[in-house]
Design a protein around this ligand. Structure first.
Ligand SMILES: C[S@@+](CC[C@H](N)C(=O)[O-])C[C@H]1O[C@@H](n2cnc3c(N)ncnc32)[C@H](O)[C@@H]1O
Length: 488
């Protein structure tokens, strides 16, 4: 118990009371409402009882120069799927511009925001929109030939499900050979389904690439796919993980491991087949892993057993290529690996798996793990600068999520950290007819930045003095850049 004299208020700047601000993405979990300010669309950032914060990403149009409009009163509207959930007048109070975007603060002058009422209206509009799905106008944006393709795919999957259910009914589970018979039937089923699945996948890709630059059609087509096709597949463990993203980010190490394990997983025959269809899509992941294993082997070989070879993997995940490299009976040279990942659980797995293998090689191999994000790593004075120069730095499955700007920064910094003759190898999902576009972006809502060889060549030009190579893998799903620093 405190006496009245001991009770405290705020300190420092907090003395000046301001009503609580709520981040829009926390308050509106099914997507933030659309906002217009003076009729101009912005992106809603936060709301409080008396004000709104929003961002304008496009500052080319002069009428949008918000910093010159401070003090002006303009109408502001929040709406969800076309339904207005708040309309009032707002005074533009401040505007800060950085990195090509304007952040605008406004104060409501004729109405306040009743948070509870606003959230209730929001959910009502969201639900109304969901209930009206089949008559929603965006359905018209889904091409009829794509609807036909999705319906063919659903027919294939349902036929498979029914047939496998009949098989499960007929096979006597108490019989001595029931497991072998089931496995044989599943393998037969896989042989039948995979070629048709691949045809549909390539056909879908051809229809979907043009949509990637058409946001409204893209949104509608993704939504349609997730409503109609995704539920047919998510019983397969790899689809479930890919779609659900249980660690809060796509492509976690357990999903990578499902691809590398290449097993039959799932409850019941049909879900196992679905799992296999997902693993089949991940073939390029297994392939690029083997390419990285070859990069490691080449790098150690070129060192000719003289000094220790220093190798770093950024966004290492389970570092399967390192495990696979260490599976060799003997190593041609002493090697020190540094595995970097933001997920400690990935490093736990990578460390446990490499430990046993490292012991087998006596002192010829060492694996260190750094639990850090590449952003932290690149900061001045951070780990990268404390590490010895590296003979090979590679990263696969990371820059697919990074903008060109961020990737160029990464290339520049990592390249500086190579030894003379050292290599920087970066893999990216390829923009190609065979890409994982349909299954990942549309079925599993897993967005990646697909790049062509030309895109990668442009990024490689970040370091003009390097020997620059850009090539694709044999699945044509991966494009790789290899930058070699001139020898001293
Ligand atoms: C798609 S997985 C690829 C893993 C591995 N390279 C492979 O191919 O098996 C991407 C990995 O990048 C890691 N990652 C994501 N963001 C990162 C960041 N900011 N810094 C470091 N690692 C990151 C994830 O934790 C994940 O393990």
């Amino acid at each position: 118990m405190q006496t009245y004299e001991q009770l405290k208020g705020g300190e420092g700047d907090l003395v000046h009371y301001r009503p609580e601000r709520f981040a829009a993405k926390d308050l509106f979990q099914q997507g933030v409402p659309d906002i217009t300010l003076g009729g101009q669309p912005l992106v809603l950032q936060d709301v409080s009882i008396g004000g709104i914060g929003a961002v304008d990403h496009c500052r080319r149009d002069d009428s949008r120069d918000w910093s010159r409009r401070i003090g002006e009163r303009v109408p502001v509207r929040l709406s969800v799927r076309g339904e207005v959930i708040h309309a009032s007048m707002a005074e533009i109070r401040h505007c800060t511009v950085s990195a090509g975007r304007a952040t605008i603060g406004m104060r409501l002058v004729d109405r306040h925001l009743d948070m509870t009422g606003l959230v209730e209206k929001y959910w009502e509009s969201v639900l109304r929109g969901d209930l009206a799905f089949h008559s929603a106008p965006d359905m018209h944006l889904v091409a009829p030939e794509y609807r036909r393709l999705v319906s063919d795919t659903v027919a294939l999957l349902r036929h498979t499900r029914r047939t496998l259910a009949r098989m499960e009914e007929k096979i006597d589970t108490s019989g001595p050979n029931h497991q072998q018979i089931t496995q044989r039937m599943l393998e037969f089923c896989e042989e039948q389904v995979v070629p048709r699945w691949r045809e549909l996948w390539l056909e879908a890709n051809a229809m979907l690439w043009p949509l990637m630059d058409d946001p409204a059609r893209l949104r509608a087509t993704k939504k349609f796919t997730e409503e109609v096709l995704t539920p047919e597949l998510v019983g397969g463990p790899i689809w479930h993980r890919g779609y659900d993203k249980p660690f809060g980010y796509p492509g976690d190490f357990l999903l990578m491991q499902q691809i590398y394990d290449n097993k039959w997983e799932g409850t019941g025959a049909y879900n196992q087949i679905c799992h296999r269809l997902g693993v089949f899509i991940g073939e390029f992941v297994a392939n690029r892993m083997l390419m990285m294993k070859d990069e490691i082997a080449d790098c150690v070989f070129d060192k000719n057993g003289e000094d220790t070879t220093h190798i770093t993997s950024l966004g290492s995940g389970p570092a399967q290529e390192v495990q696979s490299y260490l599976d060799a009976l003997s190593l041609p040279g002493s090697t020190r690996f540094t595995l970097i990942d933001q997920d400690r659980r990935a490093l736990d797995l990578a460390h446990t798996e490499s430990r046993r293998r490292v012991l087998q090689h006596g002192g010829r191999a060492r694996v260190d793990c750094l639990w850090t994000s590449f952003m932290q790593l690149l900061r001045p004075g951070a780990f990268l600068e404390q590490m010895p120069a590296q003979d090979l730095i590679y990263s696969v499955g990371l820059i697919d999520y990074l903008t060109d700007r961020r990737t160029s920064q990464l290339i520049e910094r990592l390249y500086k950290h190579l030894t003379p003759g050292g290599r920087l190898v970066l893999g990216n999902v390829k923009r190609s007819a065979e890409a994982s576009l349909w299954p990942l972006e549309f079925i599993a809502d897993w967005s990646l930045i697909y790049r062509s060889e030309e895109d990668m060549a442009r990024l490689a030009a970040t370091v003009p003095d390097a020997k620059r190579e850009v090539f694709s893998d044999e699945t044509n799903c991966v494009v790789v850049m290899r930058l070699t620093k001139p020898a001293a």
